[in-house]
Write a protein that binds this ligand. Structure first.
Ligand SMILES: C[S@@+](CC[C@H](N)C(=O)[O-])C[C@H]1O[C@@H](n2cnc3c(N)ncnc32)[C@H](O)[C@@H]1O
Length: 267
């Protein structure tokens, strides 16, 4: 089953591994991977017996991603540092030790709400790795916040700074998570805010680039890619979440971006 528009963007109901094996090498500019995190949230997070089994699963899909990514390509890898398991750190170390990708940065997204217990700091963070194949050749369109900079000093060249907005650092706190009332909300337990996806896509790719979303979920990254004129393919293994994406997100696209005429659903 697929959701497709005239331009050829596809949201596929299938296992990522069955899709990727037939795809050509070095054909994708940007991959945004928001995989199951291992024992944090959602039924899909609890299917591995231990973290070694989970890391084996990750190695397998990461190597396929490496194969299809162009040499100038980028992979964004979402994860989370939970209270008991520190699997995301193990994953980052595995990527480094096995030279799967070069890590440019580890970014923390601070959410406005979190999970609180009385004996600990509230857990309100998500994290992602900015990974590239070639550390000297990749797309990075410098991102700025919507907030104006208060700096009065001159730039390095002794002239007034050109951009009046604040630079985005590796701690993000200016984009709020998808809330119960936000447009991207659906039944999926780990929805990413469209604004968050917009920033990632605008920073790490250009119009007309090819984007791959291995773990489509409720479709946030897919919608953002379509909206920003990239070519995108997403895969999602669960029929429930696929339908979620179709019903909620296609509606989102139709309502907000008036793509009604472009929409075509094939079953
Ligand atoms: C963390 S969620 C992604 C959420 C997404 N970023 C969003 O905003 O809705 C991970 C998703 O990966 C899907 N998934 C797990 N294994 C998969 C596989 N082998 N192929 C495709 N999708 C898979 C799960 O069903 C789940 O919806």
């Amino acid at each position: 089953m697929i959701i497709e528009n005239k331009k050829g963007d596809k949201y596929l109901l299938c296992d990522f591994f069955s899709y990727i094996k037939d795809q050509p090498s070095e054909s994708v500019d940007l991959i945004i991977a928001d995989p199951p995190y291992f024992k944090i949230k959602g039924d899909f997070d609890f299917v591995w017996k231990d973290h070694n089994e989970y890391l084996d699963f990750c190695r397998k899909w990461l190597l396929e991603c490496k194969r299809v990514l162009k040499n100038t390509g980028t992979l964004i890898l979402w994860g989370s540092v939970g209270e008991r398991q520190i699997t995301f750190a193990r994953l980052a170390i595995m990527i480094e030790d096995e030279n799967i990708f070069y890590r440019r940065n580890w970014i923390t997204q601070a959410n406005t709400r979190g999970i609180g217990v009385k004996t600990n700091y509230m857990s309100a963070r998500e994290d992602f790795l900015f990974l590239v194949k070639d550390e000297n050749n990749f797309t990075f369109n410098v991102p700025y916040k919507e907030e104006e900079s208060t700096r009065k000093d001159l730039g390095k060249n002794g002239k007034p700074r050109k951009n009046k907005y604040k630079r985005v650092s590796n701690v993000w706190s200016d984009i709020t998570e998808a809330s119960q009332s936000s447009l991207e909300r659906s039944n999926h337990p780990t929805i990413k805010a469209i604004k968050l996806c917009d920033r990632l896509i605008q920073t790490h790719s250009n119009e007309g680039d090819n984007i791959l979303i291995p773990f489509g979920g409720s479709g946030s990254e897919f919608i953002s890619s379509v909206k920003l004129n990239r070519n995108v393919v997403a895969t999602e293994i669960s029929p429930e979440y696929f339908n979620d994406a179709r019903e909620k997100k296609i509606k989102f696209l139709n309502n907000i971006y008036k793509l009604e005429k472009e929409k075509k659903i094939i079953e």
